[in-house]
Design a protein around this ligand. Sequence first.
Ligand code: HEC
Length: 164
Amino acid sequence: MKSIAQKLSFILLVSASVNLLAHTAMAADAPANDKQAKNAIETRKAAFHLIGTSFKPIGDAVQGKAEFNQADIQKRANRILMLTDFLEASFPESSNLGEPDTKASADIWAKKAEFDKKLKDFQEHAATLAKVAATETSATPAFKEAFGAVGKDCKGCHDTFKVK
Ligand code: HEC
């Protein structure tokens, strides 16, 4: 029959090992998580940057500041749609790092459902714009409407979820 002291030291040893394992697991997780966060931030910034440079010339054409070149506009609209695909997986909780790392507001994770809805609407409106761009050869009312819906999404999300 083991003494109480022996049993106690066994329990202490087990709990110490569990603690040690937990710490090791956390230490191993930390850099991976950190890398995941940095990658996500890089990906979404790159995607938004390209969305921005693709979107602006479409706006110029809609406003008559530039010629409406259908082939060019269709290409840009398709790019925007393709780039929205990168955004879905680019907002993991670990990437809620605040400035200076990111201008993504902490509200994204506090109001995840609202943010996800805005992202989904953006994707849908970008798909509509790409579709309309395939048929319209000038800034018709249909084209302007599709363009306007996307523009509203940019502003609507930035006002709520992007730090100024
Ligand atoms: C669902 C939300 C949402 C929508 C829709 C959205 N954005 Fe953003 N945008 C963000 C957030 C959040 C950031 C900050 C990203 C970061 O710093 O990690 C951002 C950053 C940017 C940036 C800066 C990228 C950089 O270089 O750091 C540009 C440019 C941009 N968005 C353009 C646009 C345009 C143009 C549209 C519409 C066609 C748009 N965004 C739609 C949320 C959104």
